[in-house]
Write a protein that binds this ligand. Structure first.
Ligand SMILES: C[S@@+](CC[C@H](N)C(=O)[O-])C[C@H]1O[C@@H](n2cnc3c(N)ncnc32)[C@H](O)[C@@H]1O
Ligand SMILES: [Zn+2]
Length: 311
């Protein structure tokens, strides 16, 4: 069984993480606005989308956006705000490893600040590749294990093998995001070469690479205000994205799966839902229950949120 970073276990409120992180928050939103640019489509998946921090960047570009997250409590807690701000948004509690969507059904997708909780990236990429349509844009953010601070730290330890390896595991200490102090969570950083290889293996063509949060240095925040930091950030995103110095990297990709397959236009969310376990069709005995036609598992919709969480 694949381990999941379950934010509900300790009632972790992810919103609190963003207090006093205006620079990092805006750096990502500016980047996404630019990357999405004129992109348009129908079904959009924000995987591990939490309370919709990034929804403003894709909402007006895709007619049917979906926030999918394993934390049912986060979705329930933020439902009212999200639905009043974003009328067309759908909320689904599900596991990124077991998506409840038909193959070749999604027009666009994004995963930001979630891959560090995904200990089997190949399994996840296989699953996201299954649902994305041919040529659809998919943006994958990842924490870069060889960013400048980590590289200097390892150089000072004469740990030269750090730079050669292209494996992806790097446990982080003192990070309690999603868990409580003293409990070991799933935190992984990735080598850019590893990510490139994995995405290509799963038929995602990388069309753009942008570094992010170049100025994530505590001392800079003491000297510069947010506007000045963002001015420099935008500049750095433009001229330094070819380097590996930033702590976070966004890859814009285009899914090359399902070429030559017939595209189906799904009108409603229920039309495109499948059993997340066996991917078979669902029947709907009533509007708030879905039953798998193969394994007979039932799934419930409560407070307008489908619960498709499986491990
Ligand atoms: C650090 S937060 C990032 C939230 C959002 N993407 C953002 O950038 O603001 C990580 C989110 O990923 C979700 N998550 C972790 N593992 C997951 C999984 N296997 N499937 C779905 N969601 C998952 C958590 O519940 C949490 O909401
Ligand atoms: Zn089933």
């Amino acid at each position: 069984m694949t381990k999941i970073s379950d934010y509900d276990m300790f009632d972790y409120d992810y919103r609190t993480y963003w207090e006093n992180r205006e620079y990092e928050n805006m750096a990502e939103k500016i980047l996404l606005e630019r990357v999405f640019d004129k992109t348009q489509g129908v079904w959009f998946l924000d995987i591990g989308g939490s309370y919709g921090r990034l929804t403003s960047t894709y909402y007006n570009r895709f007619s049917n956006p979906i926030i999918l997250d394993y934390s049912l409590k986060t979705l329930q807690k933020n439902k009212e705000i999200l639905k009043s701000k974003y009328k067309n948004i759908s909320l689904i509690a599900a596991n990124a490893y077991n998506l409840p969507f038909a193959p070749n059904s999604v027009d666009g997708g994004l995963m930001v600040r979630v891959l560090h909780h995904i200990e089997k990236p190949a399994t996840y990429f296989k699953e996201i590749a299954r649902v994305m349509k041919y040529n659809s844009p998919y943006i994958q953010e990842f924490p870069n294990m060889i960013h400048i601070k980590a590289s200097i730290r390892e150089l000072l330890k004469f740990n030269f093998s750090f730079f050669k390896q292209d494996s992806y595991k790097q446990p982080t200490r003192n990070n309690f995001e999603g868990v409580k102090e003293g409990v070991e969570g799933i935190f992984l950083n990735y080598h850019p070469k590893f990510l490139n290889k994995e995405l290509k293996k799963h038929n995602f063509k990388i069309t753009e690479r942008i570094g992010c949060s170049f100025l994530r240095l505590q001392f800079l925040k003491k000297f510069l205000n947010v506007d000045s930091m963002l001015f420099l950030e935008v500049l750095a995103q433009k001229v330094l994205s070819w380097t590996n110095i930033s702590p976070s990297i966004f890859l814009k990709t285009s899914s090359q799966n399902h070429k030559d397959k017939k595209e189906i236009s799904y009108e409603t969310l229920e039309d495109m839902l499948v059993c997340p376990k066996c991917k078979e069709k669902l029947t709907f005995p009533n509007p708030t229950t879905a039953v798998c036609s193969k394994c007979s598992t039932s799934y419930i919709k409560d407070q307008d949120i489908w619960d498709f969480r499986v491990k």
